[in-house]
Design a protein. Sequence first.
Length: 387
Amino acid sequence: MKSGKEQSLRRYHPWIFSGAIKEIKGSLVEGDMVDVYSNNEEFLGTGHYAGGSIAVRILSFEPVNDIRDLFIKRITAAIDYRKRIGLVDNHETNAFRLINAEGDGLPGLVVDYYNGLVVTQCHSVGMLKEIDMIKEGLKIVFGRKLTSVIDRSESTIPARFLPGADAHEQLPEIEKKEITENGNRFYVDLNEGQKTGFYIDQRENRKLLGSCSEGRSVLNLFGYTGGFSIYAIRGGARLVHTVDSSSIAIDLARENVKLNFGDIKLHQAFSEDVSEFLQKAKETYDLVISDPPAFAKHQRALENALQGYKRLNTRIFEVISPGGIVFTFSCSQVVSRENFRKSIFAAAANAGRQIKIMHQLSQPPDHPVSIYHPEGEYLKGLVLYVE
């Protein structure tokens, strides 16, 4: 590394940016394991080479003699942590994040547990190269609680790095998996669903939403498969509308409502563009949830993303009843908590509404953030009281 550029690694930050690299010895291809040294040839860490802006993701700040042993230890520690926070063998909740990338010392790897079945998703080619070892480690550590392991890296890794279809472990017979979350039941689409199939990171925020829903008319925007809607109905809402542009997600939202409550008339689901739905909305609501997909995946898109949050929330403030509550979120890693609040402030001013912050939300404890890697806190949320 260039002289002085190693300081972030001495503070245990797991990313090395390409501009910090002085010299690469030998030929490398994306996904190779590399050792990193200071300009004075002092060992700094071992990680996966990526070749992009984030050139190396560090796996260990100590020399690694046995990479398999390192992975087994990290997987074991991750599962032990979930046991300690009460998620393993929990009869009310059997779906949770098992490995959260940098937060669990395995940058580029996400693993979610769905009622005995595990879904892996690699966000770096290096992790994809280790996928067989990762699956082996999960089976060794989790034991009989684990029925199957499947990989969903096709949406996060360029196609040229993916194995052929015959090498890809697919379980077509498991198209939907039923899970339980805080006593609510959901079907999860493991083949085509977003992320690994379900937005596990909103579990505690959905629970809070349920406690605010009694007697309210609820609008769930970007509602996906109806997570927030189920909690609203359970919480006593008098009317719930779910809106998402995906007809597949909306169909599953209807199925999830029926799974929990049978045929009820208080819920309606709309397969529509959210902006168009809001523009033509004639009624007002007492509670609105806005959980859009990431508006910015890189720093260059930040300004456009902030403008997008402002426009969206301005319209929400226009359709919320006096005394209403708004749950509004950003899942964009490059959007800071401060920037998100500023965009909501601008939206409130544009709409001319008086607004109080009731809660500031983030991701649940099974999505831990390493103290050395603040970028891991990607989910930001505000619960707002609108006068």
